[in-house]
Design a protein around this ligand. Structure first.
Ligand code: FAD
Length: 294
């Protein structure tokens, strides 16, 4: 999975399949479910920690084949954008900017896919997916497609309240008209701020931990004196303490062990429990991979 995770770690999946069409995806999902083969879907892999022991079953990647974007007319003639789950967020924002469609600029520079962003309720600079999405298309285990209207109540901080189906196939976002140069200017401002705050040129999954209520996880980690802490090739970034980075030769278990050390130290110092924003994928074991017990 190293090639499919932005942390550049993880053992092999039994199979990785990138369907080329929606029909292929539906056939694949129905078939795997009917045969009892475990499967899961990922997008750009920018928020996952796949286990060194690999991933059982099939990993379905929704990528470049699921990247169509079109403008649609919403209720009362409002402007909306429908986009397939595999489209990159940055491509979507650029597409909107080129047509004078505003509202999604906060996503500019988040390296994930639209599907991953919907599932994670991705956000930045005060914006989040929950504020701009109005509908999504889901595929269930049995291969049935369903459109659902969505509101903010369907989401929580960096996630869903109740998942509606196993695969997000597409989403519809509410946008508004604005001058293209103003949209582009906002995107550049966000990109500049991002570049100033985040480590450059190293593998990471962005913010590793969710921010606890009222406080930034990065602040807690920094105040606990953990910047630069290393386990194997995984390190707490010196630039942004909530980024755990791959120094080049990290394995997934290095990240897992580093995550545990950070959690323990922050709990001991502040009495605050940090929970990972990053999703553990594959053959992980209770207490970490090295324990070797399920
Ligand atoms: C440098 C960097 C900066 C980042 N900055 C931000 C930021 O500012 N704000 C923010 O919120 N996040 C940020 N992230 C995290 C990440 O980019 C987002 O969470 C992104 O939305 C994840 O999308 P993805 O396609 O990579 O999802 P993946 O990592 O592939 O998957 C994440 C989860 O979503 C599920 N999933 C993915 N696609 C689908 C689908 N189509 N249907 C059903 N389930 C699916 C996966 O099973 C997994 O559980 C950053 C990451 C990096 C590396």
């Amino acid at each position: 999975m190293t090639g499919f995770s932005s942390l550049k770690v993880g053992g092999p999946a039994d199979a990785v399949i990138e369907p080329a069409t929606k029909e292929d995806l539906i056939r694949l999902v129905s078939c795997l479910t009917a045969e009892g083969v475990p499967w899961q879907v990922i997008g750009r892999g920018t928020n996952i920690l796949p286990a060194d022991q690999g991933v059982e079953g099939v990993v379905i990647v929704l990528g470049r084949h699921f990247a169509a974007i079109q403008e649609v007319v919403g209720e009362g003639g409002s402007r909306q954008v429908q986009v397939d789950a595999g489209c990159s967020l940055t491509k979507l924002v650029r597409w909107c900017a080129g047509r004078g469609l505003s509202g999604l600029e906060f996503c500019f520079g988040i390296p994930g896919s639209v599907g991953g962003a919907i599932v994670m309720n991705a956000g930045a600079w005060g914006g989040e997916i929950a504020q701009v999405i109005c509908e999504a298309e889901f595929l269930d285990d049995a291969g049935h497609l369903e459109h659902r209207l969505l509101t903010r109540n369907d989401f929580c901080y960096r996630g869903w309240r109740h998942p509606h189906g196993k695969v997000v196939v597409s989403g519809i976002f509410i946008v508004s008209s604005d001058e293209a140069p103003d949209i582009v200017e906002r995107c550049h401002r966000y990109a500049k701020a991002r570049a100033a705050k985040q480590p450059k040129g190293v593998a990471s999954a962005g913010s590793f931990f969710k921010n606890p209520e009222g406080v930034a996880a990065g602040w807690l980690i920094e105040q606990a004196g953990l910047k630069g802490l290393r386990v194997g090739g995984a390190e707490v970034s010196q630039v942004h303490a909530n980024f755990l980075i791959n120094r080049g030769r990290a394995c997934a278990d290095d990240f897992y062990q580093l995550m545990r050390v950070v959690q323990v130290q922050v709990r001991e110092k502040f009495g605050v429990e940090l929970s990972p924003e990053v999703k553990l994928l594959g053959r992980w074991y209770q207490g970490g991979a090295r324990d070797g017990k399920e």
